[in-house]
Design a binder for this molecule. Structure first.
Ligand code: IDP
Length: 133
């Protein structure tokens, strides 16, 4: 079993897509082992998106991510890190294939609905960051 950190972003909550996205995760066979609504602040986002700190859109991402609550989750299953990245779809909405969460629902690269860890190592760091476990 592998675990990954998944976060439904503020646009997923505002657009009332939480149920549909969670269904896709569960229908794939993954198990949600923990979940909580969180209002993020700038400090945790600067840590979480440190790899993007020098991008021109960095400030805009932080603003978007504090614009409303997120749903933080721990998702478990065989190969869950890569598997979740596949069902999420590509970062850029125009590259996200139909049938993926971003491909079917995102119409903008910034507001792309969902975060999922990109490696097993980062999953453990992110689960510690958001769940302290
Ligand atoms: P990921 O979320 O697919 O792992 P990252 O490159 O880590 O992709 O980017 C983090 C988040 O920053 C993206 O999910 C998206 O919300 C935002 N982002 C990434 N690239 C762009 C861009 O070119 N324009 C606007 N926002 C972007």
């Amino acid at each position: 079993m592998e675990r990954t950190y998944i976060m439904l972003k503020p646009d997923a909550i505002k657009r009332k897509l939480v149920g549909k996205i969670i269904s896709r995760i569960e229908e794939k066979g993954y198990i949600i082992t923990d979940a909580k609504m969180m209002q993020l602040d700038e400090a945790i986002l600067k840590e979480h998106y440190a790899h993007l700190a020098d991008k021109p859109f960095f400030h805009s991402i932080v603003e978007y991510m504090v614009s409303g609550p997120v749903l933080a989750m721990i998702v478990e299953g065989e190969n869950a890190v890569l598997g979740m990245r596949k069902i999420m779809g590509a970062t850029k909405f125009e590259d996200a294939e139909a049938g993926t969460i971003r491909g079917d629902y995102a119409f903008n690269t910034q507001e792309n609905l969902i975060h999922g860890s990109d490696s097993v190592e980062n999953a453990e760091i992110e689960i510690k960051r958001f769940f302290h476990k």
